[in-house]
Design a protein around this ligand. Sequence first.
Ligand code: ADP
Length: 462
Amino acid sequence: MKIAICASEVVPYAKTGGLADVAGALPQALEKLGQEVIIVMPRYKSINESKFKLQRIKEDISYSITGNKIKVYFIEKDKYFNREGLYQDKSGDYKDNLARFSYYNKRTLELLKEINFKPDIIHVHDWQASLIPVYLKTIFLKDPFYQATKTILTIHNIGYQGLFPKEEFPQLGLDWSIFNIEGLEFYGKINILKGGMEYSDIINTVSSTYSKEIQTKEFGFGLEGVLNKRRNSLFGILNGLDYSIWNPETDKFISKNYSLKTIADKYSNKKDLQEICRLPLHDEVPLFGIVSRLAEQKGFDIFSEAMNEICKQNLQLVILGTGDLKYHQLLEKATKKHPKVISLHLKFDDPLAHKIYAGSDAFLMPSRYEPCGLGQLISLRYGTIPLVFKTGGLADTVNEDNGFIFERYSKEDLVRTIKEAVAAFKTNKKWSRLITKAMECNFSWDESAKHYLKLYAKAKSQ
Ligand code: ADP
């Protein structure tokens, strides 16, 4: 099958979160299954020409190779993409995001024809690529080139929908007739993700539990009705993890490689992390790691409420993240108060993230909701025991055998579960069993990619 993957961030070219991990790994897993795959994404300022050996094919198009021979096409437009951030700067979302991403979507469809890549499937991800199915079934409807092309939309987080004022609609180049309840309209605004949901042939999300949750009022962010309407075309496929990047046996960023057989070497990484983080070098104190966007979704509301009580436990905390200013300030304050307990790193730092996954004993991820979550999958691989709230992909991957899981989203339950983990850490046998179960989990892309292939086949046969 010919498959075009369209995502606004792709590892190793640009990343702000899990979407990039998925969009980087899935194409390679599909290629291994014998499929012909290309990727199309915007060319941001940070995508370095020599590092990625870019080759120019048009004035505004260059490409790089990933996997074996997957071409990653970059759409250039200085006005839109030649800036530091992907979606925002310090003052918030870029004001011209609608113009930026609608341009990327339309140019992608033109490009497929220009390079004569006639896809069976265009697999679009999140709102930033959601206008592709819309353009395909409106502006490009009559073009014979796309007649057999089907679209799949993967929703990585329904909390991010691409909402814009109605007044910006004319810049999309679409007919006003589709600005209605069956189209892009959402309570008087433009909702780009909704457009993708209405116009794509198949919709999927990144875990089975989340695909059910988003059909409810609690998790649907107002789009539960649309999803209910399309429930026969809605599926859930758990993300895999790229084990060529996330593997404690080969990871180049960590101080000592290890496996289950050489698990004692994990503790060199703990010591290394404690040193880097200027924490006391105690191996008998459990070290909890956090690598996360600092947002309410990730549980930072209950976490900040619980902070003082957590810091009274006999534990250490290493936190790496960026996000809401509110949480930056709260965490800075707590770190000042408990400098021997917390080590705070308010930045995006991939090498440090690897060190935290390897050097921590446990990984905190109390997300209020979590479509799939990669942090817990990575930590399982590194024998770092996840402690999570039972929701979405966390509920599908963490259980009492390989981690700690609480069922009521509250500060009290979070603290209680942390205390349980601290107590379990003292019991060597129990902790070793958790590590074994965690490291034996297999969430490789091989399985997930096979599920995607089935979904593509289903779309094709429609
Ligand atoms: P999200 O909702 O942010 O996509 P996921 O758990 O699906 O959450 O994926 C987050 C990914 O981003 C993981 O690979 C995680 O290690 C990484 N990550 C998050 N914050 C940082 C950071 N500050 N520095 C480095 N990596 C980070």
